[in-house]
Design a binder for this molecule. Structure first.
Ligand code: NAD
Length: 360
């Protein structure tokens, strides 16, 4: 049995991880530490309120004293660190919060873990750090995908702050004997994602009859992974019992942004054909007016320094963690769409917070 501290557990991947973990390891105890920034939503975790194995604490990862007291009080032996500022566009407009949370925040957590766990050179806990493939920079169409051996070449303030946090984790392993692992994952999608990110932005804009913005020519390539598959890889990394290891996690699903948007459009068009009640629930959606969702696509000015291609070579994770994506991209999009259709109130509330970014 383990006692987990999950930072950022009220955000997209963190909340999915908490549901995933408590379903698969119901005897474990999970304490979520989340500052509830604009991206955090306490209500996402409401279904767990009566679960005696779940505790929610509103607080900042920069508060080292709080983190130390939580490790002590709940006998935490695993930290799964998701908390971050995570939106690239926001990092371009205001990098300060990214430096603070992603770099200093990770540093605070590492210090607390070291203080509480490392005794006489032996570490009595495990720190798992969630990172991104964006730390590796960009690829041309002909480059091989990122392996764990690729040098770090971050291009945005977001990816630079994540790269720095990865380096700090590594330094705490090598310098202070902390037991830690890192996963660098490609783009996630699935339920409970804040509607400023590409896929939920597209779904919720289409359901409310808004245009769908696509940066530049839409030919930027990303690899996509359904969030539960990422959660499974994280648990496999922790359960491997190893330290000082990183794994690249990806879905073997390289797609252009335009292909992603077109797939979402097709799934919504199909869903409207199958379920006639959707026309009444979403009267301003394009298919309710007899048009394909693809009519909603508009090309907007590209993001500065926009990386052209990210791609993941997941062979190490496949070999060592028995990792394999469980769904095709279209299957995952259908599941995601159903979740958004069944959780209308949740995303409408959050969409109000995304005004500045809703057509970026
Ligand atoms: P998110 O923005 O949806 O959630 C972040 C959560 O962290 C929010 O609940 C927020 O309230 C919380 N938080 C922010 N600052 C905090 C602080 N100082 N103290 C405590 N809590 C704080 O992010 P996400 O998309 O779920 O990403 C989670 C992690 O996974 C991040 O570290 C991100 O870099 C990484 N990642 C994300 C993706 C992706 O596609 N979303 C891919 C690879 C890696």
């Amino acid at each position: 049995m383990a006692n987990l501290l999950v930072t950022g557990g009220a955000g997209f991947i963190g909340s999915n991880y908490v549901f995933y973990h408590l379903t698969n390891f119901p005897a474990d105890n999970v304490v979520v530490l989340d500052a509830l920034t604009y991206a955090g939503c306490r209500e996402t975790l409401d279904p767990l309120i009566d679960n005696p194995h779940f505790t929610f604490v509103k607080g900042d990862i920069l508060d080292e004293k709080l983190v130390v007291s939580l490790i002590e009080k709940y006998k935490i032996d695993v930290i799964v660190h998701f908390a971050a500022e995570s939106h690239v566009d926001r990092s371009i407009l205001g990098p300060d919060a990214f430096i603070k949370t992603n770099i200093e925040g990770t540093y605070c957590l590492l210090k607390a873990a070291y203080k509480m766990w490392v005794k006489d050179g032996v570490c009595h806990g495990h720190f798992h750090h969630i990172s991104t493939d964006e730390v590796f920079g960009t690829l041309s169409l002909t480059d091989p995908p990122f392996s764990e051996e690729n040098p770090y070449r971050p291009n945005s303030p977001y990816s630079a702050s994540k790269a720095s946090s990865d380096c700090l984790v590594r330094a705490f392993v090598h310098t202070y004997g902390l037991k830690a692992t890192i996963t660098n994952c490609s783009n996630n999608y699935g339920p409970r994602q804040f509607p400023e990110k590409l896929i939920p932005l597209v779904i919720t804009n289409l359901l409310t009859g808004k245009e769908v913005p696509v940066y530049g020519d839409g030919k930027q390539i990303r690899d996509w992974l359904f969030v539960d598959d990422h959660c499974r890889a994280i648990d496999a990394a922790i359960l491997s019992g190893q330290s000082d290891k990183t794994w690249n996690i990806g879905g073997r699903a390289e797609l252009t942004n335009l292909e992603v948007v077109n797939t979402v459009c097709e799934c919504i068009d199909e869903e409207f054909k199958e379920d006639s009640s959707l026309k009444d629930r979403y009267p301003s959606a394009y298919p309710a007016k007899g048009m394909s969702c693809k009519k909603a696509i508009v090309h907007v000015t590209d993001r500065p320094g926009h990386d052209r291609r990210y791609a993941i070579d997941p062979r190490k994770a496949e070999a060592e963690l028995n990792f394999k994506p469980s769904l095709t991209f279209k299957e995952g999009i259908k599941l995601t769409l159903l979740w958004y259709l069944n959780n209308d109130k949740w995303w409408r509330e959050l969409k109000k917070r995304t005004k500045d970014f809703s057509v970026r």
